[in-house]
Design a protein around this ligand. Structure first.
Ligand code: API
Length: 283
């Protein structure tokens, strides 16, 4: 029987997008990819869409830094639902005081506001549409791109929220071929760093439904950066206004993009589920 040491974690979710949060402040090393994969396994581990590590921030005005790992062990630059859970975790920890503070994400500093109704409102930065910066290596800086996918033309928009997104508009998200077209688009060489693929159904100019097949995690019940990217792409295509309720399978996020040169704001819940200890094998 190999020895092991306990690793304390918090299990959380943001609109059903679930996370394991571990505290690595004090200079503890990042978890090896093998541990991330084991911890993320829903049979041999705890299970999560993403692992979030809380770390010391080098930015003076930030309460903490955090990093993001997908279930397949790959790092990510942005996680909107995860950022809200980090904010809630820091409030409960006492590291964050007051209703406004800043956290340091791999994609940059995020302004947090704790709303009276218990939701968290976050400044998610400006969307980037320049293909080379998504990155997406095909076509120019157009609102709509088209690729031949599995023999049929597929039209979509692209945007980076710090992480890459493609957004496909569909008539009915329930019937969308999410688990076929999601992996097919992710496998394209035009997306050299992979891509999160959103399938959006426009219900009204201020309301959409969205399903997201995430890079490194598959379909999740919600994707915060995906909701931001979907609104940005659809605003640019003239399909929605600038304040949109995004209905995802796990819950609803309020996305606002006041102007092209303004950051996108995302508001939504962050929920603690349980605390636990994971037995990490020691050599
Ligand atoms: N799978 C994403 C990271 C998690 C994003 C999502 N969970 C969110 O809430 O934004 C990527 O590799 O870019």
């Amino acid at each position: 029987m190999s020895a092991s040491r306990p690793l304390h974690f918090s299990k959380m979710h943001g609109a059903g997008n679930d996370f394991v949060v571990i505290d690595l402040r004090g200079g503890q090393p990042a978890p090896p990819a093998a541990l991330v994969r084991t911890l993320g396994d829903r049979h041999f581990g705890v299970g999560f869409d993403q692992l979030l590590t809380i770390e010391d921030s080098h930015a003076l005005d930030c309460v903490a830094r955090y990093r993001i790992w997908n279930g397949d062990g790959s790092p990510a630059q942005q996680c909107g639902n995860g950022a809200r859970c980090v904010a809630a975790w820091l409030r409960r920890d006492g590291a964050a005081t007051g209703s406004r503070f800043r956290i340091d994400s791999p994609a940059g500093v995020i302004d947090v506001e704790c709303l009276p109704d218990g939701r968290y409102s976050l400044g998610m930065g400006r969307p980037v549409f320049v293909p080379a910066r998504v990155p997406f290596h095909a076509g120019g800086d157009a609102p709509v791109h088209e690729l031949l996918v599995e023999g049929s033309p597929l039209r979509f928009g692209v945007a980076s929220m710090g992480n890459p997104h493609a957004v496909v508009e569909v008539d009915n998200v329930d019937a969308a071929p999410v688990h076929r077209l999601g992996p097919a688009l992710q496998a394209r060489p035009e997306f050299p760093e992979g891509v999160n693929v959103g399938f959006a159904q426009v219900l009204a100019r201020d309301r959409i439904r969205l399903r997201v097949f995430e890079r490194g995690a598959g379909e999740t019940l919600a994707c915060g950066s995906g909701a931001c990217a979907a609104v940005a792409v659809l605003v640019r295509q003239g399909r929605v206004d600038r304040a949109v309720q995004v209905e995802l399978p796990g819950g609803t996020l309020a996305i606002t993009w006041p102007a092209d040169d303004a950051p996108i704001t995302m508001a939504g819940p962050a929920t603690f589920v349980f605390e636990g200890e994971f037995a990490v094998a020691t050599p």
